[in-house]
Write a protein of this length. Structure first.
Length: 355
């Protein structure tokens, strides 16, 4: 009995441990999935497309009027770009310009916005950069992957996927600015250097796995303990009923009204116990009937033999009663003894036949 109870307790703790591990592993898996999804998003073409769409909807319409003036209003264009840069976080207008360098070395907060007219001259850059002087011809080849995007924009390409690129964390976008009669008056070039977030995300996942997995594991263990306790308690009732049935006590029934598999098993076992009890009762009645029949046969044979022997003694006494009185009395005495012996055997058999 103690072994079975211990086994049930082992099952309870096994279930509790499984819930704990599932909760902790699930949380860690979700964190890894989210981190992987974020890294994949930053390295995909979806982010540049969204940037191009944002430039097309928010910035390009405000640049059409100053760009289409003759000559283009560079200061108005600069004000629009600085305002957008401040609001979007590309670069604060109050920050000093970066040192002369190529755009490919910019970090996330050192992105640049540049407006190039239809003559391929750089009108405005935010921030101003010595490596890209305003009013001079814009060298698109100095930025990796930019020249084909600029050419596509001036050729009338409107697909955002063909006007953006994401190469090794450097996002480059080109947005056409509409001019008079539907022509392309210029393009808005945007660059943004994305940091490598793989290592920081892995560190964040590791730290959060430590600080979040502990409460998640605790909640999983708590939930698993009570769930396993309910399950093992029901199994324990089945085990106790089975032990009673093995001892021949079929009065014990399992009371489980739930509609799950254990409840169905309990009802099936109760039905089986009732059928076994009826079967054993029928077998007992049949055994009693067979014993009575056997006693009746034994009684019949014994009485038959005693009566036959008694009849022989009485016949002998009747034949000798006139010739030899002593011999006749001896036969009568033997007959009397046979009668008493028959009565004794009858009483014994009757006692054995009684329940």
């Amino acid at each position: 009995m103690m072994g079975e109870i211990f086994a049930l307790r082992r099952l309870r703790w096994k279930l509790t441990l499984s819930y704990t591990l599932v909760a902790a592993v699930t949380l860690l898996a979700l964190e890894l999935i989210l981190a992987g999804a974020l890294v994949a998003f930053l390295n995909s073409d979806l982010l540049p497309r969204l940037v191009v769409q944002n430039f097309r909807d928010e910035v390009a319409p405000r640049l059409e009027r100053p760009l289409n003036q003759n000559p283009p209003n560079a200061e108005a264009i600069r004000e629009e770009l600085v305002g957008f840069a401040d609001n979007s976080g590309v670069r604060g207008a109050d920050r000093p310009p970066p040192p002369p360098t190529s755009l490919g070395n910019y970090t996330a907060d050192q992105g640049a916005l540049l407006v190039v007219d239809d003559r391929r001259h750089l009108l405005v850059s935010v921030p101003e950069m010595q490596g890209f002087p305003e009013g001079e011809r814009f060298d698109a080849e100095s930025i990796s992957g930019l020249k084909p995007l600029v050419n596509a924009a001036f050729d009338g390409e409107e697909n955002s996927g063909q006007l953006s690129s994401n190469v090794r964390g450097q996002v480059v976008t080109v947005t056409p600015i509409e001019g008079k009669k539907g022509r392309v008056a210029g393009v808005l070039v945007g660059t943004l250097g994305l940091p490598n977030l793989t290592a920081p995300l892995l560190i964040t996942v590791g730290i959060s796995a430590i600080f979040l997995a502990i409460p998640a594991a605790f909640l999983g263990a708590l939930f698993g303990f009570f769930t396993a306790w309910s399950l093992t308690r029901r199994i324990g009732r089945l085990a106790r009923a089975a032990r009673s049935w093995s001892r021949g006590d079929f009065s014990v029934m399992t009371k489980d009204r739930s509609r799950d598999e254990l409840g169905q098993l309990s009802r099936e076992l109760n039905s089986m116990a009732a059928e076994l009890e009826n079967l054993l009762q029928a077998r007992g009645e049949l055994a009693t009937l067979e014993a009575r029949n056997r006693f009746a046969r034994d009684l019949h044979d014994s009485v038959k033999q005693q009566v036959f022997a008694t009849s022989l003694q009485i016949a002998a006494a009747r034949a000798l009663i006139e010739k030899d009185t002593d011999s006749a009395e001896s036969h009568l005495s033997q007959a009397d003894e046979l009668v008493r012996q028959a009565q004794k055997e009858l009483n014994g058999l009757i006692q054995e036949m009684r329940p």
